[in-house]
Write a protein that binds this ligand. Structure first.
Ligand code: C5J
Length: 224
């Protein structure tokens, strides 16, 4: 069984690859491309592009290592029966969840905007978790899938750092999983929230987990 030492903050993490998974959060067109959910909220979606190239490299390395890779997507059923009223009605977006936009209905499953960006598209066999909330564990079978595969460590990345990545890491931490967050493979519409989101995870001796750039994980995967 391959055991790797990943240099991270606040400390080095020793990972058994058979018990680790790369979890890629919500790299969807709705968040990263023009005309999607993120832009309807008034965000500059170009800011999220920073995570794409490092994530492509990380994804390729994870595939080569044989590690489990899981993708998530935030979105709702076409009838919006799983979308909380207050989520749909809050704020003053240019388009609300469920309304038609240039990439189909905003944040609705099956629409082009809901899908994962082509650069990071899941390979056949890689599980995709459709989640109605910000956290990947809420109302999904992610925990069951991880437990069935005896996964204990999650390499977490995706968008946005302080919303769905942070929520998922907190959910995972409470369920007993170790989370290593890949800093350059995450991004936010708010650079200061990206930094704060990472700082909150690794503070207090790693209260929610560890943080490291993907280069440290790549180096660990290459080591013997
Ligand atoms: C947001 C997410 N930001 N994937 N979702 O609403 O972080």
């Amino acid at each position: 069984m391959a055991v790797k030492r990943i240099e991270a903050e606040p400390s080095t993490v020793v990972v058994e690859l058979d018990h680790a998974a790369l979890v890629i959060i919500d790299m969807q067109r709705d968040f990263l491309e023009s005309g999607g959910f993120g832009e309807t909220l008034g965000n500059n979606v170009a800011l999220l592009k920073a995570a794409v190239a490092p994530l492509q490299t990380m994804l390729a390395a994870a595939r080569k290592s044989g590690m489990l890779i899981i993708h998530t997507r935030e979105g709702h059923r076409p009838d919006l029966s799983d979308a909380p009223k207050h989520k749909v009605e809050r704020g003053e977006p240019s388009l609300r969840i469920g309304q038609p936009g240039p990439m189909g209905r905003i944040l609705v499953r099956g629409e082009p905007g809901h899908d994962i960006i082509p650069e990071l598209y899941p390979a056949p066999g890689e599980p995709v978790i459709d989640k109605p909330g910000k956290g990947a564990f809420y109302q999904t079978d992610l925990e069951l899938m991880l437990k069935n595969r005896e996964i204990d460590t999650l390499l977490v990345c995706g968008v946005t750092t302080e919303v769905c990545v942070n929520t998922t890491v907190r959910e995972a931490n409470d369920r007993g999983f170790r989370c290593v967050v890949l800093s350059d493979c995450c991004a936010s519409y708010f650079p200061e929230f990206h930094e704060a989101g990472l700082a909150m995870i690794k503070a207090q001796g790693g209260i929610f987990g560890w943080v490291t750039p993907s280069t440290k994980v790549l180096a660990a995967l290459d080591s013997h």
